[in-house]
Design a protein around this ligand. Structure first.
Ligand SMILES: Cc1ncc(COP(=O)(O)O)c(C=O)c1O
Length: 371
């Protein structure tokens, strides 16, 4: 039986050839770090996202840690969704901050804004705003005005949202700073890797020093900051550089696949589809649907795999249900929607090697499995 994976990194033929040539160039040059590919990747990423500075890192998690450290979150509260990947919370803990979970809005998959505002205290310093599955919240202007009203820093986690746009703004250009991940399976990958985007020159300079052992700018023999070994090497920067060239094509393919999914599944009564407004360009890192309450998702996932060879999964387990974080207090306002949405979410395969025929097969199989 053919297995249809959930995700698969996309490299155009042209990019594959260029990467192979790039690898040889790097080996011949002997410059394995902080070279031409890092510079070009960062410059082009800034241009694509519409920011002044991009700073590559070894992972998306360290990109977030650098941002949080720059904002000196130690001893402060950081608002964060539990409906996300675990490292949004672990990065806060690593930086000495206190994570405060905020529930989500089932339509935007982002914060419930009423609960967000009610969660702000004198100790709140930042908000980590995750573009879950690749969708930017249509309520972004309200999020910005809450940050302005309470003087909070808005940190986007755009790890699912390379190339996502709302109105004319790209994910990664809306808040004070953003992290992206280039982990395998993401819309863009460099093997592993991450990047910070910002218009804040001081943050950019801080990040460039911290990622390189804390070495001083202009005098690398001296150490100015408590840094780490968090830079991206030239090999990965080369892959990232060519992935960026493939980004528009990837986004177009993903959008078409999502349109196909939506039309095949629109009449399926056992699930509902997420609606996306016209001014919102979903990046479709994941294509997820919401199963009706009576469906046993784990059985469905298993049936899809064993009977049809289709890999599917939930978006995430809520972070507050991870044992390691059981000392973080649950918010008084609750996480009811987070628990409900994440317990019913189902992500279907989404990657650039899928064909229209595959989508038809996946949808027909899903419909049969739901019966
Ligand atoms: C939403 C989100 N944030 C952060 C990360 C962490 O990125 P990385 O694995 O590159 O450290 C990931 C993914 O892997 C993610 O999906």
């Amino acid at each position: 039986m053919k297995i249809i994976p959930l995700s698969k990194p996309y490299f155009s033929l042209k990019s594959k050839k260029s990467i192979i040539r790039g690898m040889k160039n790097i080996l011949d040059s002997g410059t394995l770090m902080m070279g031409k590919y890092t510079e070009d990747f960062e410059k082009n990423f800034s241009k694509r996202i519409g920011v002044q500075h991009s700073i590559t890192t070894n992972t998306g998690t360290t990109a977030l840690q650098i941002i949080l450290n720059f904002y000196q979150v130690k001893g402060y509260e950081i608002l964060v969704p539990s409906a996300s990947f675990i490292t949004d919370v672990s990065a806060i803990k690593w930086c000495g901050g206190t994570p405060v979970y905020v529930d989500i809005n089932p339509k935007t998959l982002s914060f419930d804004l009423d609960k967000l505002e009610k969660s702000i205290t004198k100790k709140t310093k930042c908000i980590i705003w995750v573009h879950l599955t690749g969708l930017i919240s249509e309520e972004y202007k309200k999020i910005l005005s809450i940050c302005k009203k309470y003087n909070l820093k808005l940190i986007e986690d755009s790890s699912h949202a390379h190339g996502a746009k709302i109105d004319n703004y790209s994910a990664g250009s809306i808040g004070n700073a953003s992290c992206f991940s280039f982990y395998p399976g993401k819309i863009m990958t460099s093997g592993t890797g991450g990047i910070i985007t910002t218009n804040n020159k001081k943050l950019a300079e801080y990040a460039k020093q911290v990622r390189l052992f804390g070495r001083c700018k202009g005098n690398e023999k001296e150490i100015c900051l408590e840094g780490n070994d968090w830079f991206m090497d030239e090999f990965r920067a080369c892959i990232g550089y060519y992935q960026l060239k493939d980004l528009n094509k990837s986004l177009k393919i993903r959008k078409n696949l999502a349109l196909n999914y939506n039309s095949y599944l629109s009449d399926e009564k056992n699930l509902s589809l997420f609606k996306v407004k016209k001014n919102n360009s979903h990046a479709y890192y994941q294509f997820s649907v919401l199963l009706n309450k009576k469906i046993n998702r784990e059985k469905l996932i298993s049936r899809m795999k064993t009977k049809y060879g289709i890999i599917s999964k939930r978006i995430y387990k809520p972070v507050h249900n991870e044992k390691i974080f059981n000392k973080i207090p649950l918010p008084k306002l609750g996480l009811k929607t987070t628990e409900d949405i994440l317990s019913r979410s189902l992500c279907l395969p989404m990657h650039c090697y899928l064909t229209k025929k595959d989508i038809k097969y996946i949808c027909e199989s899903l419909k049969s499995a739901l019966k």
